[in-house]
Design a protein around this ligand. Structure first.
Ligand code: NAG
Ligand code: NAG
Length: 415
């Protein structure tokens, strides 16, 4: 899901009174200073197991997401998130949020975490004297606008809370400023199969200097390779941090520079788009493939959408969808989706229309689950590069530990 706009305003808020059992527990436990849990920094590569969840109906099938678990705070509160490469913040429903989108998901309660402290978007404390703000205080309220081609567009409004976030096997932890949402629009968040979102986009997409999970993890672990990789399978997937799932690669990774890394998206330049032998987009004004792990279908910008969709005609033959390949030419490598990759069970193309504003977004193709089930995608955080390799085709990604990159392979991966 694309983060398309960001707003930050200092707003006078009335910090909600904490009542009932929670209030009593808190009065017993609440220290004025945050209790910092010793944070285990990342010392090796980490694997985050992902599971496939589906449900929400979209045209021609259903939206499919890959979700994983995180632990936030002390004692840890477990929440399920989508790891999203096209936004930058960690967004979780706040316990104080009473919108349906929040109530139907697990909410994060800073009041029940001894390590939470209220901060502004720059990471500074809202009130130096107390850990959590009380009464009427002026603090930053952040709004984030998301665009999600499966489920629609919507806004989140929230406050920043600094806390510990742990992820993966072996568990890696860091401190960061997360956005605790006090309002979440019905669309798209109510139908999301996850409680929240963990953005994996580049720093330009994050609200504040300490808001990015990867930025925080990598800066605390200089000995770890500042890269990550994603593989989706039939029922499961893996997010590799600080290394790659080499056993999943059917060939060497080919690397491409990230186009406009200052915009924060993991995007590569596309030279042309073909359906079979027919060029459907010559990319005269420029084309970009943006990796979007937060969306299931292939997203296509509104102007080219009708033409590309019309060209993707599949028909059923011997129980399979048969039709032309969809090919993205990156110059030196082609990313190819067969009709069985891009078609739903009814053989209709699983494509979503992107309504992104121009000229900020021109010729965008969002490479979501459809592409990530075919290609292992590697991301270089420091050098702003994107790598692709065909995935070993198996019925499902088995959960195995990621390996640190051996020296003899490091060269291959750096190509
Ligand atoms: C969310 O809740 C706020 C009040 O807490 C309300 O003003 C807003 O309209 C709600 N939004 C939705 C989408 O329900
Ligand atoms: C595409 O072109 C190649 C060679 O030019 C030809 O062999 C092939 O049959 C063509 N495919 C289609 C689907 O037209």
């Amino acid at each position: 899901m694309f983060r398309v706009a960001l707003g930050i305003a200092g707003i006078l808020l009335t910090a909600l009174p904490v009542s009932g059992d929670l209030g009593a527990a808190l009065r017993r436990a609440s220290p004025t200073k945050p209790v910092f849990v010793p944070v285990t920094p990342m010392t090796s590569s980490v694997v985050v197991p992902l599971r496939r969840v589906s449900g929400h109906k979209v045209e021609g099938g259903e939206a499919v997401f890959f979700v994983g678990d995180i632990n936030v705070g002390n004692p840890p509160q477990q929440l399920t998130v989508v790891f999203d490469t096209s936004s930058g913040d960690v967004v979780l429903p706040h316990r104080a949020c009473h919108n349906t989108s929040c109530l139907e998901h697990r909410r994060f309660s800073p009041w029940e975490s001894l390590s939470s402290s209220d901060v502004n978007h720059d990471g500074g404390r809202v009130d130096d004297r107390v850990r959590l703000a009380r009464g009427r205080v002026k603090r930053d309220v952040v709004t984030l606008d998301y665009s999600q081609s499966d489920l629609g567009d919507g806004q989140v409004k929230g406050v920043m809370v600094r806390d510990t976030l742990c992820v993966g096997v072996p568990q890696a932890c860091t401190n960061l400023a997360l956005l605790a949402a006090i309002q979440m629009d019905e669309r798209p968040f109510r139908s999301m199969p996850s409680d929240g979102i963990v953005g994996l986009g580049l720093p330009a997409l994050t609200t504040g200097p300490t808001s990015s999970l990867l930025g925080q993890l990598f800066s605390m672990a200089p000995q770890v390779l500042p890269q990550f990789g994603i593989a989706f399978g039939q029922d499961q997937g893996e997010l590799h941090l600080g290394g790659h799932g080499l056993a999943r690669l059917a060939g060497p990774l080919r690397w491409f520079p990230v186009d406009h890394p200052d915009k924060g998206f993991w995007q590569v330049a596309i030279r042309s788009v073909r359906v079979g032998n027919h060029t459907v987009d010559n990319c005269q004004r420029g084309c970009h493939g943006i990796i979007d792990t937060g969306v299931s279908r292939l997203g296509i910008q509104k102007h080219t959408f009708p033409k590309v969709k019309a060209a993707l005609v599949s028909s059923r033959s011997r129980g399979r969808c048969v039709g032309p390949d969809l090919i993205f030419d990156l110059g030196g490598m082609e990313l190819t989706l067969s009709s069985s990759d891009y078609s739903g069970s009814d053989c209709k193309p699983q494509v979503g229309r992107l309504d992104l504003d121009e000229p900020e977004f021109v010729g965008v193709y969002a490479f979501g689950g459809t592409m990530l089930r075919r290609y292992y995608t590697a991301f270089d955080w420091d050098q702003h590069k994107l790598g692709f390799a065909p995935l070993v085709r198996t019925s499902s990604v088995s959960s195995h530990r990621g390996q640190p990159i051996p020296d003899e392979l490091a060269g291959v991966l750096m190509v």
